[in-house]
Design a protein around this ligand. Structure first.
Ligand code: FEO
Length: 392
C-alpha cells in the first residue's frame, strides 16, 4: 500500500469495501469506502475508523505512517458502526488513547460496545489544540444520527464532515477531480436521497454553521474527498435540503396483468405532449434506492399500483414504507391503478401523498380490470394537465 497524504501531515487510512451491494437497504452498486484519517502532530489523532471487517486494512495503512500504539486520540464524529467498528482494535494497540466525541456519541458508543473506554467529550464550538493544529468541533445532530458532529481544522482548511457530503463509491482514487464529475454527483445525490433527505432542516442549520469557514477540502467518511467541486456540492446540498425540485416528472408503478402499466404509459404520453422531462420506473426492474435518486429532483410524482387482496402489491408496500421514512416534501402527486373488486390500493397511495403534504391537483385514477380506449384518452388528458401544472 502506498501512503496517501491528503494534506501535509494528514493521511487517508480508511478501508475500501469493493463488494458491498446492500447498505441497510440502499443498493450500493459501486461499493463504498469507510474513510479514516490520521493527523500527525504533537498529538496523533485518528479521525473515525472503519467497518469491523476492514480493521486490518486500516491498521496496515496506519502502520506505514506511525506505530498505531502512538495514537493519542480517536476522534469519533459518528457512532454508527461503519465508522466506529474498529475503535476497539486501535485501543488494543494504544490502550491509553482517548475517544473524542459528543455527549450523544459517548452514550451511543457505550450502548454499542459496553466497554469502559476513556472519553473526552466535546460540545459544539469547543476546540482542542493538538500541536500546530486546532480541532474545532461543530455538532450536526441528525446528519445522520443524534450524535453526529463535524471537525474543522483552520490551519489546514479541512473539514472532516463524516456522513455529510458522502457518496458510496469504492475506488483507489481519493479526490473529486480524479473521477468523472457526473458519476460523483449522481452518487452524492443518491446518498443524500437515501440517507440525509429526512433531515433537511438540520442540514440547513449545519450549512449555516459552516458558512463562515474557509474550506478548501471536505473529507467525508464515504467516497471521494471534495477539493475541486466544493462550491458545487455545497450548492446541491442547499437545494436538496430545501426540497427544491426541477420541472421533471417521475412515474413509479408496478403492474399485475398490465392494466396499471397501460395507465402509466398513457400518463407518460400526456406528460410528453407538454414537453416535460419524464422518468418511468417499474418497481419490478428498479431498486427503490435508485428511484429515490430520481425523486430527489422531480417535482411531479405519479405513483400507480393495482389492488391485491384489498391492499397493494408488496413491491409498492415496500416502496411506500421507504418513502414515508425519507419524507420528501414539496411535490405534486397523483395516484393511479386498476382493480377487479375492492380497489383499495390507489386510496392508500394517495393517503401517503397526503401525509407527506404533497399537492394533489387531480382526482385519483382507479380503473376496473382493463382500461379501454376512452379511459386511456382521459388519462392522457389528465397527464397533459399535470404536465402543465408542473411546468408553471
Ligand atoms: Fe456512514 Fe451514519 O454512517
Amino acid at each position: 500500500m502506498n501512503k496517501l497524504e491528503v494534506k501535509p501531515g494528514i493521511y487517508w487510512v480508511g478501508g475500501i469495501d469493493w463488494d458491498i451491494r446492500n447498505f441497510h437497504g440502499y443498493m450500493t452498486q459501486r461499493g463504498t469506502t469507510y474513510n479514516a484519517y490520521l493527523i500527525v502532530d504533537e498529538k496523533i489523532v485518528l479521525v473515525d475508523t472503519v467497518k469491523h471487517y476492514l480493521s486490518e486494512e486500516m491498521l496496515s495503512r496506519i502502520g506505514e505512517i506511525i506505530d498505531p500504539g502512538k495514537i493519542d486520540y480517536i476522534l469519533s464524529n459518528h457512532v454508527e458502526m461503519d465508522h466506529s467498528g474498529a475503535i476497539h482494535k486501535i485501543l488494543e494497540a494504544s490502550p491509553d488513547a482517548k475517544i473524542i466525541t459528543s455527549t450523544q456519541g459517548e452514550k451511543g458508543l457505550k450502548r454499542h460496545y459496553k466497554r469502559d473506554w476513556k472519553f473526552h467529550v466535546v460540545d459544539s464550538g469547543d476546540t482542542l489544540k493538538i500541536g500546530k493544529r486546532t480541532l474545532h468541533f461543530v455538532h450536526t445532530p441528525m446528519v445522520h444520527w443524534p450524535d453526529n458532529m463535524v471537525t474543522y481544522i483552520p490551519e489546514d482548511r479541512i473539514l472532516f464532515s463524516n456522513d455529510a457530503f458522502g457518496q458510496h463509491i469504492a475506488s483507489l482514487e481519493r479526490f473529486d477531480d480524479e473521477l468523472g464529475r457526473e458519476m460523483i454527483m449522481e452518487e452524492a445525490a443518491k446518498y443524500y436521497a437515501n440517507i440525509v433527505l429526512p433531515y433537511g432542516n438540520r442540514v440547513q442549520k449545519a450549512l449555516a454553521d459552516l458558512s463562515g469557514l474557509e474550506i478548501d477540502m471536505i473529507a467525508p467518511s464515504h467516497g471521494i474527498i471534495w477539493r475541486s467541486m466544493i462550491p458545487d456540492i455545497l450548492k446541491e446540498y442547499g437545494k436538496w435540503s430545501c426540497n427544491e425540485t426541477e420541472k421533471r416528472a417521475l412515474i413509479i408503478y408496478d403492474s399485475m396483468w398490465g392494466s396499471t402499466e397501460r395507465i402509466a404509459f398513457a400518463f407518460m404520453e400526456g406528460l410528453r405532449e407538454q414537453g416535460i422531462r419524464i422518468n418511468l420506473r417499474n418497481l419490478k426492474t428498479n431498486h427503490i434506492s435508485d428511484i429515490l435518486t430520481d425523486l430527489l429532483t422531480s417535482r411531479l410524482i405519479l405513483i400507480g399500483c393495482p389492488t391485491l387482496n384489498n391492499g397493494m402489491l408488496p413491491s409498492m408496500g415496500a416502496f411506500l414504507t421507504y418513502l414515508k421514512g425519507l419524507k420528501p416534501s414539496g411535490r405534486i402527486g397523483a395516484a393511479f391503478g386498476s382493480y377487479g373488486w375492492g380497489g383499495q390500493a390507489v386510496g392508500e397511495i394517495e393517503k401517503v401523498m397526503r401525509d407527506l403534504k404533497w399537492e394533489l391537483p387531480v382526482e385519483k385514477i382507479n380503473i376496473k380490470y382493463v382500461p379501454d380506449d376512452e379511459e386511456l384518452v382521459m388519462v392522457r388528458k389528465i397527464g397533459n394537465k399535470l404536465g402543465k401544472i408542473a411546468l408553471t
